[in-house]
Design a protein around this ligand. Structure first.
Ligand code: GDP
Ligand code: IMO
Ligand code: MG
Length: 422
């Protein structure tokens, strides 16, 4: 296991933070390579409960944590997260490396995120409001401001001046007050002073580690169906999440990746807008939301809930070359009488695949269900596969069969030790 990618296989919040925290004991490096503080990765271990937005979830181990160039940074959030971890007794000096190539989320990005959503009205994406779309848009259109720019005050000021010249008229059109150079500089430099000692390009360190066969864990944020290209566009996020995003997002060639573990919730959830073929709008959906505590770790928004969608995960597996999966939140299904699995889709009576159409098409397809009996017994905290009720074992085997890879981890509770490792 030289380099392993841990990636969400649905619409996020699969429990990536928990799996990374569990696996980090054996890792030398943990790398965030995309996304920003739209992510909320919950870790529950001996140190406490942490919703991590930017710092990799493996920070509680001996591993070195890297925030690589593909990640976008809200400096205030990052500074707060660092302070929270240091207060909890986690030593970060020398083991948190932040790339100077990271783009900075500026106050105007957050405002524009809000204004674009308002302008789209009913067709909104339902973003986290963290400025993610606008900061990545500036990155690809050469308007971005990076940590590198902050290292030279004049360079930063000059770039900010240009950006305010472009952004303020837009803000004005939408009825927002213009931003002043002085206020933005003051706010950014205050946060920068708290994080600047961690700025070190992780690439040479990771490159050497890969050559020396050190164990690197890549921590994807968001999930395959929020990927900008392969997700349910425009109900997606702005970054490249899939396996290929690693090379762009941290510089390590994809050939180094020996294992790709898809993290899969035992049912499906989604925050924000967009198609969701197996969504449950009835009391079963409400039950999953309550039992699974399905409220966003970043925004607190309720997550929409539905049955397991094997077509989604099967495609995620094909797209990313999963070598195995980690199934989480099995315990949430404990009291269900019957459990449905969507085995595939049809459109006008004919079988179709996820990739046969766009988000509008996905709203029209019909899920085909297989019904399995529930186990109606507690699986909470079970650590051996053989100790699971037979019907829960059958459910796992059915998912493995439909997806085509083995579930090497099965999570039976939010805590680090509540897991079956096969
Ligand atoms: P992430 O974004 O993929 O890291 O997932 P989140 O942290 O946003 O959401 C997953 C939620 O489920 C968190 O509240 C976790 O503490 C919790 N969780 C993770 N694994 C399990 C599990 O096996 N059982 C239960 N009941 N909760 C879990
Ligand atoms: P983790 O890493 C769930 C969703 C938002 C919205 C869409 C675009 O915790 O799994 P954005 O703010 O990125 O422009 O919003 O993506 N979204 C997530 N949903 N988990 C996440 O991260 C998410 N990050 C973004 O709800 O639908
Ligand atoms: Mg989350």
């Amino acid at each position: 296991m030289a380099a392993t990618l841990i990636i969400g296989s649905q619409w996020g919040d699969e429990g990536k933070g928990k799996i990374i925290d569990f696996l980090s004991a054996k890792a030398d490096y943990i790398v965030r390579y995309q996304g920003g503080n739209n992510a909320g990765h919950t870790v529950i271990n001996n140190y406490g409960t942490f919703p991590l937005h930017l710092v990799p979830s493996g920070i509680f181990s001996k591993a070195t944590a890297c925030i690589s160039n593909g990640t976008v940074l809200d400096l205030e959030v990052l500074a707060e997260e660092i302070a929270m971890l240091e207060k909890a007794g986690i030593k970060l000096n020398g083991r948190l490396l932040i790339s100077p190539r990271c783009h900075i989320i500026m106050p105007y990005h957050k405002l524009l995120d809000k204004l674009y959503e308002q302008a789209k009205g009913a067709g909104k994406t339902g973003t986290t409001g963290r400025g993610i779309g606008p900061v990545y848009a500036d990155k690809v259109s050469y308007q971005g401001i990076r940590l590198y720019d902050l290292m030279n005050k004049k360079q930063f000021s000059d770039k900010l001046k240009v950006q305010l010249r472009i952004k303020n008229p837009i803000l004005k059109v939408f009825g927002e007050n213009p931003l002043t150079q002085k206020n933005v500089e003051k706010m950014i430099f205050k946060a920068y002073s708290k994080i600047k000692s961690f700025i070190v390009e992780p690439y040479p360190v990771l490159s050497k580690a890969a050559k020396n066969n050190k164990h690197i864990l890549f921590e994807a944020a968001q999930a395959v169906f929020l990927d900008n290209d392969w997700g349910t566009y425009p109900y997606v996020t702005a970054s490249s999440i899939t396996t290929g995003g690693i090379n762009a997002g941290c510089g390590i060639p994809v050939q180094n990746i020996t294992d790709v573990i898809g993290v899969v919730k035992a049912y499906t959830t989604r925050v924000g807008e967009g198609p969701f073929p197996t969504e449950l709008l009835d009391k079963e959906g409400a039950y999953l939301q309550k039992k699974g505590a399905e409220f966003g770790a970043t925004t607190g928004r309720p997550r929409r809930c539905g049955w397991f969608d094997a077509e989604l995960v099967r495609f995620a597996c094909e797209l990313n070359g999963f070598t195995s999966i980690a199934i989480t939140k099995l315990d949430v299904l404990d009291t269900m009488k019957q459990i449905k699995i969507c085995t595939g889709y049809t459109y006008r009576g004919k079988p179709v695949r996820y990739y046969d159409g766009d988000a509008e098409f996905l709203k029209k397809i019909k899920p085909v269900y297989k019904i399995l009996p529930g186990w109606q017994q507690s699986t909470k905290g079970i650590t051996q596969f053989e100790k699971l009720p037979q019907k829960a074992q059958n459910y796992i085997k059915e998912l493995e069969k439909l997806i085509g890879v083995k579930a090497i981890y099965i999570s039976t509770g939010p805590k680090r030790e509540e897991i079956i490792a096969r």
